[in-house]
Design a protein around this ligand. Structure first.
Ligand code: LLP
Length: 423
């Protein structure tokens, strides 16, 4: 679901023509639809109303300040994984008691700041980290709350780079180890408040959730038998979205499986979705600078590249790409292989790497120099994973709200590139 649509053959973001934004803000540019993101939050809230979860938006997906403020206005909290994200969350007005902090390598400084801030809880990823938080909390005289992030050894059936809940992954604590720690709980400065799960990202099946929650419920029973009052279960994020068409489950489909498992367990439930909220709420708009026929290939060479959106290069991820203005409607294509209006194209960027592409051997309408292309579903893990490799300044970010739009992050300048260098 999103509020990007073609009207009179031109792409609109909510009520604003995308080409107008590109004309004024330049390209490459990320364009976010606030209404899409807030609608996604509402869908989670509705589907899971029977268990009344606190949704902690996973900021790594998109940490833009203004967009974040729109999500916070819906009552969501934040899932942070660094001191930087904690800083951003607080700056955007997130209440500390709605912040959870995961990540396998939290520094002493980050732990100290989070303790002093009074965050809701740390999601602890190892026993060594637990000992360290306990030590720092003791030194500061500031007690902390911890959830144990479990590694339930469940296959989320997604790309291996975004699989996090199998024992071969660095994340979470082996469930046997977690049980042993609870049996012999000797930490004085941190209180154990519950468990955290996050088994992977772009999960398009309900089964991995059912499996990991069922395993965790057994451990919760064990913990309660040992007199640990387990208060929270954080189910993590990972809900998949549609990049192709209909590959993802809907929120009611997830809820149908998850709600009955959690309903009468006496637990406060947390979720930390990122992609589901913002993934389809953003596009990256780029201009086709040159066209080149080379051997059997037709290359469309754009002003955006892997430095702006690295998902295709890193995960061979599919992102729909379509001209911002096109008489051919994407939805009118029955079979791209057979449609004579489409041309086999490689959509590539300016970076000096052969892995710098958005699409290879993709059949899209004929693109000419100067045309604008939209790379869809780029709202999650787009800008946040961008870099300035090849000294390409990062793109601008624009937030659309109805018929209004604003630049919410300026395009970086050449001066920005050397700002922190000591000359
Ligand atoms: N919670 C934790 C502890 C996480 O590590 C993540 C994502 C999330 C929540 C949010 O997951 P989501 O709901 O967005 O699936 N760069 C990759 C995705 C990496 C995900 C990392 N962790 C991509 O572009 O596909």
């Amino acid at each position: 679901m999103d509020f990007f649509s073609y009207r009179d053959h031109t792409l609109m973001c909510e009520e604003v023509p995308v080409r107008e934004i590109a004309k004024q803000a330049g390209t490459p540019v990320y364009i976010y639809s606030a209404k899409t993101a807030t609608e996604h939050v509402a869908r989670i809230q509705e589907a899971f109303a029977p268990i009344d979860p606190l949704i902690c938006f996973s900021m790594k997906a998109n940490s833009n300040h203004t967009l974040l403020t729109r999500l916070l206005a819906q009552g969501v909290g934040c899932d942070v994984v660094s001191g930087g994200e904690l800083f951003r969350a607080l700056k955007a007005g997130c209440s500390p008691d709605k912040i959870v902090f995961a990540g396998v390598s939290k520094t002493d400084g980050e732990i100290e700041t989070a303790l002093k801030t009074g965050i809701l809880m740390f999601n602890v990823e190892s026993i060594a980290e637990l000992e360290n938080i306990d030590k720092i909390a003791g030194e500061l005289g500031t007690p902390g709350r911890v959830a144990l992030r479990l590694n339930p050894d469940v296959d989320p059936e997604t790309h291996r780079y975004i699989t996090t809940g199998k024992l071969e992954n660095k994340f979470g604590i082996d469930m046997k180890v977690a049980a042993a720690v609870l049996d012999d709980w000797h930490f004085k400065n941190v209180s154990f408040v519950g468990f955290h799960l996050h088994i992977g990202s772009q999960i398009t099946q309900t089964k991995p959730y059912a499996e990991s929650i069922t395993k965790t419920l057994a451990l919760i029973e064990h913990a309660r038998n040992k007199n640990h009052p387990v208060e929270y279960l954080n189910v993590g994020g990972g809900f998949g979205i549609n990049y192709f068409g209909n590959e993802a489950r809907t929120m009611p489909e997830y809820a149908e499986v998850i709600v009955p498992l959690l309903k009468d367990q006496g637990l406060k439930i947390l979720f930390e979705p990122g992609r589901f909220i913002v993934g389809n709420a953003g596009i990256l708009v780029t201009e086709a600078l040159y066209i080149k026929e080379s051997g059997a290939k037709r290359f469309v060479m754009c002003d955006a590249g892997m430095t702006d959106l690295m998902r295709p290069s890193l995960y061979q991820a599919y992102h729909k790409i379509w001209p911002v203005t096109s008489p051919i409607e994407f939805d009118s294509i029955a079979d791209p292989e057979q449609d004579p209006r489409l041309v086999l194209t490689d959509v590539v960027g300016p970076i000096c790497e052969s892995g710098d592409f958005f699409a290879q051997d993709r059949r899209i309408p004929l693109v000419s120099r100067g045309d604008l292309l939209s790379v869809f579903s780029a709202g999650a893990y787009g800008f946040t994973m961008s870099s300035t490799y090849n000294s390409h300044p990062r793109p601008a970010e624009v937030l659309v709200e109805g018929s209004e739009w604003n630049v919410v992050r300026n395009r970086e300048t050449y001066e920005d590139l050397i700002r922190d260098e000591v000359i």
